[in-house]
Design a protein around this ligand. Sequence first.
Ligand SMILES: *[C@@H]1O[C@H](CO)[C@@H](O)[C@H](O)[C@H]1NC(C)=O
Ligand SMILES: *[C@@H]1O[C@H](CO)[C@@H](O)[C@H](O)[C@H]1NC(C)=O
Ligand SMILES: *[C@@H]1O[C@H](CO)[C@@H](O)[C@H](O)[C@H]1NC(C)=O
Ligand SMILES: *[C@@H]1O[C@H](CO)[C@@H](O)[C@H](O)[C@H]1NC(C)=O
Length: 456
Amino acid sequence: MTAYLICVLFLFSRVNSLTYDPTWDSLDTRPLPPWFDDAKLGIFIHWGVFSVPAFLGAGFWWSWKGQPLPAIVDFMQKNYRPDFTYAEFAAMFTTELFNPEEWAEMFQDSGARYVVLVSKHHEGYTNWPSKYSFNWNSNATGPNRDLVGELSAAIREKTHMKFGIYHSLFEWFNPIYLDDKHSKFKKRNFVRTKTMPELYELVNAYKPEIVWSDGDWEATDAYWNSTNFLAWLYNESPVKDTVVTNDRWGSGIPCKHGGFFTCTDRFNPGKLQTHKWENAMTIDKHSWSYRRDVRLEDFLTIEDLLSQLVSTVSCGGNMLMNVGPTKYGKISPIYEERLRQLGQWLRINGDGIYETRPWIHQNDTVTNNVWFTMKKAVAATAVYAILLEWPDNNLIKLGAPITSENTTVSMLGYPETLVWTAGTFGKGINIQIPYVSVKTIPCQWAWTFKMTGLQN
Ligand SMILES: *[C@@H]1O[C@H](CO)[C@@H](O)[C@H](O)[C@H]1NC(C)=O
Ligand SMILES: *[C@@H]1O[C@H](CO)[C@@H](O)[C@H](O)[C@H]1NC(C)=O
Ligand SMILES: *[C@@H]1O[C@H](CO)[C@@H](O)[C@H](O)[C@H]1NC(C)=O
Ligand SMILES: *[C@@H]1O[C@H](CO)[C@@H](O)[C@H](O)[C@H]1NC(C)=O
């Protein structure tokens, strides 16, 4: 009896504690927790010491002291003392108007289902009181607050969204990192004393459901110890069953290994991908962080954002849309307007976005700027055609759908079913849109037609 019990306990503990090995072969077999594919839209937040100069973008320090950009060198010469250091910006990262509940409400209102906050960018400053970042953290210098802790609490308490963190593996100017780099990464002191302790600390303290890694490209995944961290994350961490990760875990790894693939910034391939992916993009076309030199024309319009969202979702991706808050803790009104517009559109059209899957066609075969999504249900499979342009004569002609006697068509936000006829040669569908009534539907920057009873 005792021997039997010990044997059962032994088996049980093995199954529970050692599901994944620290190899890509093993880690890549982990199924993506399903919430992520259903969620479709997340909000990315780049906020840190770079939000203080708020000039040209989050690479400010590197463009001043790493690979100097004349515009930034001039800016510093004109506006600061000659011996001013980047570290002095941290005291001016005041965040005095930061109200995490206000952000949480705004992000939820955008229709996003998750949030990814920069916890530490390449400058190394941590937005939480890290034990491993003495003085160069948001509790010790600047806000005197735990920004990661406050936002994660507000997201969890006030919304249904998931909370995730972005974390940069490398730090441009950290002397320990530079020493490892000088040894051609034979030394691993930075990984051992900084990167990994910090990542474990973040996961244990804030239980993020996304670990969005970045800053990997100068060294291999072996240097970063990435597979060991991921095996712990998937086997033992407090978020082992729900956490999702991306693919930026070492040079040569993005687009090949990890959780969902982000490949390159603003990745939007326009065709179906075989692996779950994410389009990490920015509302300000040119910057990840708030910049005072931004112009109105630099912001994507709501039509631009919908075009990104719809093409991304049709091809199997999620969109992670970035906002850059100010150093005083506010999200400026242009960003806010785009967030709320997206939410207005999703409240009417979300049925064709959330929980959908790619269809056999991604865009239409004859009409431009029409993207498809699909949702299987017990009763009937629905195919959604999302139009980014209003059709001539209020008549939409699609080439891809094959109709049957049972085909029905409706438009999201409009109560009546629509009249349709089969296209020529038995393929395609023509839908006549009752323009006068349909144009009273609010916030239609793109239009969703739901078709059931198709033969394909
Ligand atoms: C944050 O800073 C305060 C004031 O300096 C200090 O008392 C507190 O221990 C710090 N918190 C953490 C978690 O380090
Ligand atoms: C890599 O991770 C393993 C497992 O956690 C650990 O034993 C090892 O010390 C780590 N190596 C470095 C350089 O951090
Ligand atoms: C469909 O999308 C592909 C890839 O983006 C593009 O090459 C093609 O022209 C599109 N088709 C139509 C009819 O717009
Ligand atoms: C249409 O629906 C009827 C009743 O459910 C079913 O018997 C028939 O096979 C369907 N026709 C097609 C072409 O799917």
